[in-house]
Design a protein around this ligand. Structure first.
Ligand SMILES: [Zn+2]
Length: 203
């Protein structure tokens, strides 16, 4: 976790080992150094639904008591509930950028898909130039992936970013911060993601 050591202790939910700050990756699910279970940071305490609902009820009931028509009260209450929920996330993000906890990562992809990504990343990590063969493999695997799995997304993004840096194409805006990463650093990142994908694929 950057250079900063978290003041809180994080424990692996699978084996209860205490995790050091450097073990915790913020941008993707990662493997526990002890049991290799894939775990991920959780940034906000749960209960967003309850916060949203209670704001909705409170605002709607108060407005109705003040004589507003019930449907307007309900509508404004619903808006306030959503707004409260969004604000809470913004405030948490601003003042509490550290993970709240770590939890087990739940995969939405089958073992076969994870292994395909691992193999592809390992091949890409050794490549000196972006070949048609790599392009083809990336297209095929990327076309099959489940887009809501964050480890697979990390695999796909690292492959795409490596391809761009081999081709000298500037990265999209949201990856600008990574523009300074050296090729070797990118290769290492891909190897680590491949390693974690292999841990995840083990029965
Ligand atoms: Zn563990």
């Amino acid at each position: 976790m950057n250079n900063e050591k978290p003041s809180d202790e994080y424990k692996c939910p699978a084996c209860q080992t205490t995790l050091a700050g450097r073990d915790i990756l913020l941008w993707r699910p990662f493997s526990c150094p002890n049991c290799h279970e894939i775990i991920e940071p959780v940034f906000y305490p749960r209960g967003r639904g309850i916060g949203c609902l209670s704001t909705f009820l409170l605002v709607a009931v108060l407005l109705a008591l003040y004589g507003m028509k019930w449907y307007w009260s309900a509508l404004i209450g619903a808006g306030a509930g959503v707004l409260f929920s969004l604000l809470r996330v913004q405030v948490a993000r601003r003042f509490w950028p550290k993970p709240y906890a770590v939890r087990r990562h739940e995969f939405r992809t089958e073992t076969h898909g994870l292994l395909q990504w691992a193999e592809l990343l390992e091949s890409i990590a050794t490549a000196e130039a972006w070949t048609d063969q790599l392009e083809h493999r990336l297209l095929v695997i990327d076309g099959q992936r489940s887009r809501d799995d964050s480890l697979e997304n990390a695999a796909a993004n690292s492959a795409q970013n490596f391809k761009r840096s081999l081709q000298g194409v500037p990265p999209p805006k949201k990856y600008r911060r990574e523009v300074d990463l050296t090729l070797d650093c990118r290769r290492e990142r891909m190897r680590l993601i491949a390693r974690d994908l292999r841990f995840a694929a083990k029965p």
